[in-house]
Ligand binder design. Structure first.
Ligand code: ADP
Length: 286
């Protein structure tokens, strides 16, 4: 189950005075089981790109191949794509509407025409996957929950479709630090324990450095950089030109290196930074 994108172009409102080329010649491949981060300045084309991955938007030209099948073909059903690729929008909790959590999560599977036993199995499983106890929460109103918990319910509703690939557009936006950490931890669990392929749109270089195996950097509708975090974060100048940055800890290590300290500048998480600083402290003490 992979996503392959070839020469994707998307033009909004073509042939009008408002014509906007949002994506141009995008080529990329996301492999099964990967944790990919998608970063880029506002307006760089991230939302447009992810909406092509589950068939919400059709390309102006180019191919999107999901699980070996070109989803831009006219005979492909949207529900079939959604069963493979789940998309969690920004502020997904705004789309909660049912009176109980269980009913809300059931909505997608019910529309697939599944029987009640299967629907309940999926609700239980997806609640477990996002860390919500079924018996405790099923009859509660989603509106009585905290911001982070509401978001979990919304994510469970997408997971209940049992997609192999989960795309999350800024899942931590607007949450307090505890809510942010909890959601990120949960996404890590979905990847590590449940083996889901994750595509995370994020503005936080810290989160991306901590979680992603691969980073795709979008700039003006094109893929500007792509690769492992170490490779992408090495391109500090290019990233800054695009209005982006590297994690704060990477800047700190670079500054220390410039001052003559024997530290690696390929550090992009606090944990790595701590280990590196302790290592040079030991060296200095000797
Ligand atoms: P990002 O998610 O990186 O902020 P978007 O994909 O939302 O970027 O936007 C890419 C470009 O397409 C921007 O210039 C944006 O203004 C434009 N755009 C996005 N959605 C629409 C739309 N529905 N109609 C017209 N232009 C749009």
């Amino acid at each position: 189950m992979s996503i392959k994108i070839e020469k994707l172009k998307h033009v909004y409102m073509p042939k009008s005075p408002f014509e906007k080329v949002a994506l141009n010649n995008v080529n990329l491949e996301i492999n099964e089981g990967e944790f990919v981060a998608l970063i880029g300045h506002t307006g760089s084309g991230k939302s447009t790109l992810i909406q092509h991955m589950n068939g919400l938007l059709k390309p102006t030209s180019g191919k999107i191949i999901v699980d070996g099948e070109d989803i831009t073909k006219s005979n492909i059903k949207l529900t079939d794509i959604r069963k493979k690729v789940g998309l969690v929008f920004q502020y997904p909790e705004y789309q909660l509407f049912e009176e109980t959590i269980e009913k809300d999560i059931e909505y997608g599977p019910r529309n697939l025409g599944l029987d009640q036993e299967e629907i309940t199995r999926r609700v239980k499983k997806s609640m477990k996957m996002v860390g919500l106890d079924y018996d405790e929460y099923r009859n509660k109103s989603p509106f009585d929950l905290s911001g982070g918990q509401k978001r979990r319910v919304a994510i469970a509703g997408v997971i209940a479709m049992e997609p192999k690939i989960l795309i999350l557009d800024e899942p931590t936006a607007g949450l307090d630090p505890k809510g942010r950490d909890d959601i990120l931890e949960q996404i890590k669990v979905l990847h590590q324990e449940y083996k889901m392929t994750i595509i995370l749109v994020s503005h936080s270089m810290e989160d991306v450095g901590k979680l992603a195996e691969k980073i795709i950097v979008m700039n003006r509708g094109e893929v500007a950089l792509e690769g492992e975090p170490a490779k992408v974060f090495r391109e500090v100048d290019k990233l800054e030109e695009m209005g982006l940055a590297v994690p704060q800890i990477t800047y700190l290590m670079r500054a220390l290196k410039e001052k003559g300290f024997n530290v690696s500048d390929e550090i992009y998480t606090i944990t790595q930074g701590k280990e590196e600083l302790l290592r040079i402290l030991k060296e200095i003490k000797k």
